[in-house]
Every structure is written in structure tokens, then in C-alpha cells.
Design a protein around this ligand. Structure first.
Ligand SMILES: Nc1ncnc2c1ncn2[C@@H]1O[C@H](COP(=O)(O)OP(=O)(O)OP(=O)(O)O)[C@@H](O)[C@H]1O
Ligand SMILES: [Mg+2]
Length: 298
């Protein structure tokens, strides 16, 4: 977490990563093995998606009425000057800080009063970071569903790019699986999390303008106080194929270990790539138990 203390010297790590601790990056090509399809009923309660595939300018995306443009100083105040002790975590694109805002005016409030937020501060590393930041605002700014994390707002000022989310008190699924305390996550809770995450994916895949998430992994499944799962990190999300097309051709992006082999091999992306990654998360569940057993054996 050292980078969180000195963001001016931080650089994005562009190396490949393994899936248990991986950050989202280009992944290399490998051999094929086909995924099956996800068959879970979709969930329509309180969900919405306005037109996503219409090409929109950066200005139009940032003018979305459902997200607030914050100034840098507002977020500096909300996080108490990005204090090291308010760091919630760190990923490939920067550090995430805990902050407080007034829930009605959305202006910075005193620590401990108002609404808790999570502020992701992107490392100042240039074009790719900005592109993914904008993609996140484009998708999370419009998509609303109980199993997608809510984007409250963003900040774009000079070279600074920040994202403001609802705070998820139980952190990421990855933290519970691989960096947990003495108690492993009960299977009933794991199932609840898997079903919630599947509902989030099904919402994206079944939308009139399909969205392929491309970054399904344990660290991107965030948990609220009741262990309801919400998908986060839409920087790699991509519009699904339209008309009679079967796939979209893309530069291969994602996290090694979670990305589907046939997508890595061909660059052909379909919703099934997300389904493969979903299966890897289920494998993580099993892996957690194996690690626990090994730990007990030592
Ligand atoms: N909305 C949030 N509420 C609470 N904690 C959060 C929130 N968003 C992120 N975090 C914490 O910050 C950590 C880092 O998140 P981040 O998305 O930046 O990185 P990552 O998912 O671990 O890696 P990657 O860069 O591949 O996405 C998460 O593991 C989680 O613990
Ligand atoms: Mg993440």
C-alpha cells in the first residue's frame, strides 16, 4: 500500500498477474477450452440502463445527470486530505480512500457524519487510465441494479481522475477468501454472494444493449453489510455484439487466470467470457478450502 502514500511517484504495473491477487491488464494468448452458458434467472427489481451503445462524446458522458462532478478540493476534504489511515485498498489503477459526504447536498462532511463513500484516485499514468476511467463513468453512470456498485460521482481536474462510489462495508470477496481472519466465509454466505454476482452479470448480459463486463473476479465483487454482492470496476466493460454478429473483436484485456482461454487466444469476446470468469470465482471458493486444509496440516 506504499503507493497510496506517495501517489506522485506511482506507476501502473503492466506485467501479467495471477488471478488471486491480479490487477486488470492485457493478458497473453493461450489454448482453447470452451465455457458453458450461465443459466440464472434475471433480476429486474430497481434496475435501469439507458442507451449505452450510442457513441457519445466525453462531454456527453460526463454530463450524465445521475453522477455528480466533484472538485478535487471537495474530495480532498471528504477524505481528510487522502489520509493514509483512510486507505481502504489499492489496485492496479490507484488507491481507494474512505470519505464522508452529506447525503443530500453531496458536499464534504465531517468524518463520521453523513454518508460514507469510497474514493478511487487514479495514478497519473496517462491515456489508458483516463480511457478506463471514462468507460467506468459511461457504464456505471447509467446502469442501475442492486448488484452493481453505485457510482456517486467523479472528478476530472487537470491530470487528476477520481471516482466516487457508495461505500461497501465488507470490502471485496477476495479479501474474505484469501486475506481473511480466523473464520472462513460460511458456504451459505458464499452462495449468497455467488447468486448476487450472477444476477449482476445476468442484468448486463440480458440488457437490450448487452454489456460484457470483462473483469469478473473476486476482487471486483464488493460486499455490503449483509453480504449482498455488487460488481465494481467497469473500466474494461465493452458493448456486446449487435445484429447477427456472434462476438466483438477486441484487444485482449482482463486478468490472467480469470480471462477465458478462447478469448485470450482469439480476441473474440462474448458474454460467455464473463461466464468462464464466474466459474473461476467458484473455483476460488474451493481453493479457499484447500488452502485452509493445507494451513491446518502444517
Ligand atoms: N466501494 C468500495 N467500498 C469499500 N471498499 C472498496 C470499494 N472499492 C474498492 N474498495 C477496496 O479497495 C480495494 C482495491 O480496489 P480496486 O478496485 O482499486 O483494486 P482491485 O480490484 O483489487 O484490483 P484491480 O486493479 O485489478 O481492479 C478493494 O479490494 C476493496 O477492498
Ligand atoms: Mg477492483
Amino acid at each position: 500500500m506504499g503507493n497510496c502514500l506517495n501517489s506522485s511517484s506511482a506507476q501502473v504495473d503492466t506485467t501479467l498477474s495471477s488471478h488471486a491477487s491480479g490487477t486488470s491488464k492485457n493478458v497473453s494468448k493461450s489454448s482453447y477450452s470452451g465455457p458453458s452458458s450461465l443459466t440464472i434467472s434475471s433480476y429486474s427489481e430497481m434496475s435501469s440502463a439507458s442507451s449505452l451503445q450510442t457513441p457519445r462524446t466525453e462531454g456527453e458522458i460526463l454530463l450524465s445527470p445521475s453522477v455528480k462532478p466533484f472538485s478535487f478540493i471537495e474530495l480532498k476534504n471528504a477524505t481528510r486530505n487522502f489520509r493514509p489511515d483512510s486507505v481502504l485498498g489499492e489496485g492496479g489503477f490507484g488507491c481507494v480512500f474512505k470519505g464522508w459526504i452529506d447525503e443530500f447536498t453531496l458536499t464534504a462532511s465531517k468524518p463520521g457524519s453523513g454518508m460514507i463513500i469510497a474514493v478511487k484516485k487514479l495514478k497519473p499514468e496517462g491515456f489508458q487510465g483516463h480511457k478506463e476511467w471514462l468507460t467506468e463513468v459511461k457504464y456505471l453512470g447509467q446502469l442501475r441494479h442492486p448488484n452493481l456498485v453505485k457510482l456517486v460521482g467523479y472528478c476530472s481536474e487537470g491530470d487528476s481522475r477520481l471516482l466516487v462510489y457508495e461505500f461497501m462495508p465488507k470490502g471485496s470477496l477476495e479479501n474474505h477468501l484469501f486475506r481473511r481472519g480466523p473464520q472462513p466465509l460460511p458456504w451459505a454466505t458464499r452462495l449468497k454472494v455467488a447468486i448476487g454476482a450472477a444476477r449482476g452479470l445476468a442484468f448486463l448480459h440480458d440488457a437490450e444493449e448487452q454489456v460484457i463486463y470483462r473483469d469478473f473476479k473476486a476482487s471486483n465483487i464488493l460486499l455490503d453489510a449483509e453480504f449482498n454482492a455488487k460488481l465494481s470496476d467497469f473500466g474494461l466493460a465493452k458493448a456486446g455484439p449487435t445484429g447477427d454478429k456472434t462476438h466483438v473483436s477486441t484487444q485482449v484485456m482482463g486478468t490472467q487466470g480469470y480471462a477465458a482461454p478462447e478469448y485470450i487466444a482469439t480476441g473474440r469476446l462474448t458474454a460467455k467470457s464473463d461466464v468462464y470468469s464466474f466459474g473461476v470465482v467458484l473455483l476460488d471458493y474451493y481453493l479457499e478450502d484447500v488452502l485452509l486444509i493445507n494451513k491446518k496440516r502444517v
